[in-house]
Structure formats: C-alpha cells, structure tokens
Design a protein around this ligand. Sequence first.
Ligand code: NAP
Length: 303
Amino acid sequence: MSWHVLGAGSLGGLWAARLARAGVPVKLILRDQASLTRYRAAGGLTLVEDGQANLHPIAAETPNHGAPIRRLLVACKAYDAEEATAALAPRLAPGAEIILLQNGLGSQEAVAARLPRARCVFASSTEGAFREGDFRVVYAGRGHTWLGVQGERRTPEWLDDLHTAAIPHQWTHDILAKLWRKLALNCAINPLTVLHDCRNGGLRDWPQEVAGLCTELAELLRQAGQPDAAEDLHAEVLRVIDGTAANYSSMYQDVAQGRRTEIAYLLGHACTQAERLQLKLPHLDDLLQRLREHLTARGLPVT
Ligand code: NAP
C-alpha cells in the first residue's frame, strides 16, 4: 500500500526520502501544478545527510489528481494542515489513515473534525530537518518520533514500513501527554528567546521568568488532565536550555527569517486552554501579549 506525503518540505521530504530509498511505495502531494512543474525540473527530492546529497526521484502529484489515498502523512505547518487535508477529502478511501506530524496542539483536532471518517494518528517528533532550497532537505538532527491514537495500545501494521525505512519511532497509547509536554517545553523557551533576542542558553540570564512560566505551565497541564506531562517540567526546561545552549530556537529562526510562526498552536493554544479551564495564568498571558506585539511590529501574523 502506498504512502502519500502531503507537503514536500523539511519533515515531509525527510520521511518521503527515507521511505522511498527503502523501497516503500510513496508519492508526494504538492500544492499545485506550478509546484509540480518545478519539482519535475529538479528531477526529484534531494536529501542531504551527513554532508552527502542524494537525489530521490519520488513520484509526485497535485491534490486533485491521483488514485484513492489510504495512508496519508500530513507534513504541512500546523496552520496549513486543516485546509490542505480537507482538500483531499474526495480522494480518501474508506477507513483511510492520516498521520499528523504537526507541532503543538489544536491542528490535529481540527483535521479530525473535518474528516470524521478517517482514522487520525497524532505524532510528536524530535527529529530536525530544514530546507536548503526548493525540494532539497537537510537532515540536521537525529531524533525520535512518537506516534499514537489516544488510549489505543494496538500498533498498526504500517509501523513495519517505518522499521524498514529506519525511521526511529515508537507507538504510545498516551500521545497527548507527549504533545502537551513538548508544547510546554516550547512555551517556556521559544517565545523568550524571541523576546530577549538570544540563543537558548541566553535564558540562563532570566531564571525567574523561566521559573514563573514553568509553574504556570505545570498548573495548566495538571488542570488539562495531563499530570504526567507536568512532572519535573522546570527541571527538564533547564536541562534543555543547557543541552541546546548554542542553538537558536525554531521560533527564533522563523521570526529572524520573516516566516510565519506556529504561535496559535503553541503558546496561543496554552492560553486558550487556560481560559477554557478558567485558570488565571498572568505570566503566560503577558508572554503571549508581548510576543504578539513583537510579531505585529515585524509584520508577521499572530495566529
Ligand atoms: P516546512 O519545511 O515549511 O514544510 C511544509 C510543507 O507543506 C511545504 O513544502 C509547503 O509547501 C507544504 N504545504 C503547505 N500547504 C500545502 C498544501 N495545501 N498542499 C501541499 N503542500 C502544502 O515545514 P516543516 O519544518 O517540515 O514542519 C512541518 C510540521 O512539522 C510543523 O508543524 C513543524 O512544527 C513540525 N516539525 C518540524 C520539524 C523540523 O525539524 N522541520 C521537527 C519537528 C516537528 P510550500 O513550499 O509550497 O509552501
């Protein structure tokens, strides 16, 4: 059975190239005909790994042409996922499975609500990749991808394809805990690096601010029914700050390059959920307010 990968960007390219080179059938779904023409001119997708570039002539198509889709990997940004996936609704076979790679929370539920007959698998990945050019992806950081349907312990047979393709992964019956934990780590680090214009390690100069956010985030996680994700959050945030001290956060890089951020699905989602739970979290609210002002001043969307 063929995989369809929606979005030939960083993670989509990384997944598609590894599946294709392992002999697993895979097709890319590109945005439109113009994109498909550019892709064909490039001769395929190039993956750069350990300094070595390899071209993978993976089949590609546009959203409204092609065979029925049974297994779809959605690799768009969170803000594009719902519309991009819904556009494929006429092509989804009964019982189709959709694997959602988006960071943060909110986009997965939006996709699932638009496509109630599909089975949505959520994913949380610590792998790192970036686009060096059109259809040229650099595998920048080894990591791991957690996959799961909340509460479901039975693993799908397609995990074998990930084994074959050497994509490091693990199934979890508590994927929401993984996604919430990653969201909380992101909220405690990324917006502050943008506001203080620093690498992750620069946050060592703001210990009180980091500690205040962690207290509120842990409270939010507990009230949102994720007590495990709240465990030792502050200690892990400090470990991440130390372990990635020389790095610029993904949100920092997005803002520096004038790219739209996924704020609505990260800090924005945290604040929306706090409001829904009638929690007063002044540090988080203040952070969101300051981040929105910062983005607006640079002409970037705040949603
Ligand atoms: P990306 O490099 O920007 O790639 C997104 C791709 O989606 C682009 O190729 C874009 O096409 C495509 N796309 C958007 N709308 C589309 C549509 N309607 N039809 C077809 N294609 C469409 O993003 P990314 O870095 O891979 O991130 C994807 C998700 O993974 C994000 O939620 C991110 O937070 C998460 N994530 C990324 C990494 C990483 O290292 N990159 C790690 C962990 C998690 P265009 O080029 O035409 O715009």
